[in-house]
Design a protein around this ligand. Structure first.
Ligand code: CTP
Length: 220
């Protein structure tokens, strides 16, 4: 809680993992869905903490903006701030792996092949309940190319989410870097199928479900 206002923590955007001082590996996330959630939540009067990897988007008005680059930085920022949140929504496309070693100097070309070893990044959403002890409403995202509902359901239970927002990233007309999206909302006992809409309208649908769950929890 922030004063008498509910606090919503949102992760957004891609992470950027350094390969050497001048190169990095990242992904195609534009951050639009996370920023739409942050912007709509702030307009509705919630206190918003937006923890974001690098994007080209304008920072939404009236949010506490915490810029990060790497998955490890995002992990630390979430760990630091999640205790203040009533609702946490993890829309970031976090790199699952990072280069095991970041050399101090630029990698020079020499051999015909170059192999880079990657190591696992921590699962930030998966740490929310188990490591950070978060008790509020937890919403995850799932980007899938097959078995959308089943895979999302697996993430829901393995990461302790209240619901998972899942989309099919193999479709060219929606998702990455577009303004529209079609998602399904996977709850433990049911799945909802909102119509394809702008990321702003879908943000409102997602927020409405999260806020409803938070209200029920507070009155119990
Ligand atoms: N997530 C996270 N930290 C990570 C990886 C993912 O917080 N290191 C969050 C994302 O923000 C999203 C959800 O977890 O809410 C996605 O789950 P994940 O299992 O990573 O999905 P995929 O990357 O699609 O995993 P996989 O490749 O195993 O399907």
């Amino acid at each position: 809680m922030f004063g008498d206002r509910r606090t919503i923590l949102i992760t957004a955007g891609p992470t950027r993992e350094a390969i050497d001082p001048v190169r990095y590996i990242t992904n195609r996330s534009s951050g639009k869905m996370g920023y739409a959630l942050a912007s709509e939540a702030a307009k509705l009067g919630y206190h918003v903490i937006l923890i974001s990897g690098p994007t080209l988007l304008d920072i939404p008005d009236s949010v506490d903006f915490i810029p990060v680059e790497t998955a490890l930085e995002m992990y630390d920022a979430v760990n630091h701030h999640i205790g203040k949140a009533d609702i946490a929504i993890f829309a970031a496309a976090v790199a699952d792996y990072r280069p095991a070693v970041i050399p101090e100097h630029k990698i020079k070309k020499s051999a015909e092949r170059l192999t880079i070893e990657f190591i696992r990044n921590p699962d930030i959403l998966g740490s929310a309940r188990k490591t950070f002890g978060f008790m509020g409403v937890l919403v995850g995202f799932a980007a899938e190319t097959e078995h959308l509902e089943d895979n999302a359901h697996h993430k829901l239970t393995s990461k302790g989410c209240d619901f998972v927002v899942a989309n099919d990233v193999s479709r060219k007309d929606i998702g990455f870097d577009t303004h529209k999206n079609e998602v399904i909302l996977v709850f433990p006992e049911t799945t909802k199928f909102p119509p394809m809409d702008s990321k702003y309208e879908l943000a409102l649908v997602i927020l409405e479900h999260a806020v409803k769950l938070a209200s029920v929890r507070n009155t119990n």
